[in-house]
Design a binder for this molecule. Structure first.
Ligand SMILES: Cc1cc2nc3c(=O)[nH]c(=O)nc-3n(C[C@H](O)[C@H](O)[C@H](O)COP(=O)(O)OP(=O)(O)OC[C@H]3O[C@@H](n4cnc5c(N)ncnc54)[C@H](O)[C@@H]3O)c2cc1C
Length: 324
């Protein structure tokens, strides 16, 4: 694992009134899809849940993957288990926010290599996390932002969560910081894989604004070409799942030319002209399943690929393991 922040910038909060509670039943570190969903399912039966989140916009140390996720919820899942996970998230959205018109989010996936156009359902992952968070807060979970978790140590029968703003004691703790789990819990076996997402400098011509989410073979895996609004600008993004950063410690490597050479450039020659404006890093896992490590009783560290589409299932499953 490479470019993870070791020194987190100083606390940026300007609200002196928000103080950390001394203790909670469960502390969740990270308010991405995994943390927010788990908070919701833990708060429902009335547990005292505190969620600590460090997510200042524009900070290079911020590795909140969900912001850059493709947001794909449902398309053709032959695997019944995956289909069920997806359906649970879809039901959650329909129940929690009937005003979200899922029909409006219908999208098309274009499998370029087979010529198939597959109907799909996409969500804004940022909106989904907001929904999960609203629902959790409504049931009593406390979310505290601008607090970076720096470590967790044993404390009697529970755990002490250390942060940039003091400590919180809890019987049970969930590490749900995505890629940052690896820096806060370096010994954990639940380390995620990290994938690159390239933001290209291509102007998007009007005729391409409705471009379906295009899937292209790249090497042994697939590349994903899609459009996304970033800072009010429609951008062309390319993700790929063949080349991942495993335990390389030499620093980030730009794999753009590699994936062009492995098939993307031949299939979509217009991409050859592109310059990479930005490389975003995010957590995903090859298996796209939940990986949980429990290094001490009551301390769970969770990493999961496809956490957007399986958010509700993940939250429920982790909450059950944490005693809800
Ligand atoms: C390029 C790409 C495309 C993807 N597309 C899809 C898709 O279409 N559909 C899908 O289902 N999945 C997709 N995924 C996978 C999905 O985005 C991830 O599985 C998901 O974001 C993981 O959720 P998480 O909550 O574990 O981590 P994150 O989303 O990274 O959230 C972690 C949270 O913890 C916070 N945090 C970080 N450090 C600290 C700290 N020290 N203290 C406190 N808080 C901290 C972060 O700010 C963030 O709020 C994609 C992934 C990538 C990389």
């Amino acid at each position: 694992m490479t470019d993870l922040p070791t020194d987190l910038p100083a606390d940026t909060t300007t609200d002196p009134l928000v103080t950390l509670p001394a203790e909670a039943d469960v502390v969740i570190c990270g308010a991405g899809p995994v943390g927010a969903a788990t908070a919701y399912y833990l708060a429902r039966p009335g547990l005292r849940v505190v969620v600590l989140n460090y997510d200042p916009p524009g900070d290079p140390a911020n590795l909140a993957t969900y912001r850059y996720s493709g947001g794909s919820l449902r398309w053709t899942w032959p695997d019944p288990v995956k289909r069920e996970m997806t359906t649970e998230t879809e039901k959650f959205i329909r129940g929690a926010a009937p005003q979200v018109d899922l029909a409006m989010l219908q999208n098309t996936y274009h499998l370029l290599h087979t010529g198939e156009l597959i109907p799909a359902l996409n969500v804004s992952a940022t909106r989904l996390v907001e929904l999960l968070r609203d629902q959790a807060e409504e049931r009593g979970a406390q979310f505290i932002d601008a607090v970076a978790v720096t470590g967790v140590r044993p404390d009697g029968s529970g755990h002490m969560v250390e942060t940039t703003r003091g400590t919180v004691r809890a019987g049970r703790v969930l590490g749900a910081m995505g890629a940052a789990n690896a820096s806060v819990f370096p010994q954990s076996s639940a380390a995620p894989e990290k994938r690159q997402l390239f933001v290209l400098d291509l102007p998007v011509p009007p005729e391409r604004e409705q471009m379906p989410h295009t899937i292209v073979p790249v090497g042994d895996g697939f590349g994903y070409v899609f459009l996304k609004l970033i800072d009010d600008r429609l951008r062309v993004l390319v993700g790929q799942e063949d080349i991942v950063e495993d335990d390389d410690t030499s620093g980030p490597v730009d794999h753009w030319s590699t994936i062009l050479d492995r098939g993307l450039g031949a299939t979509l020659p217009w991409l050859r002209e592109a310059r990479v404006d930005e490389i975003l890093w995010g957590v995903d896992t090859a298996q796209k399943t939940l990986v949980v490590d429990e290094p001490a009783t009551g301390l769970l560290i969770a990493n999961c690929g496809s956490a957007i589409r399986s958010a509700a299932w993940l939250g429920r499953t982790l909450a059950e393991r944490l005693g809800a």
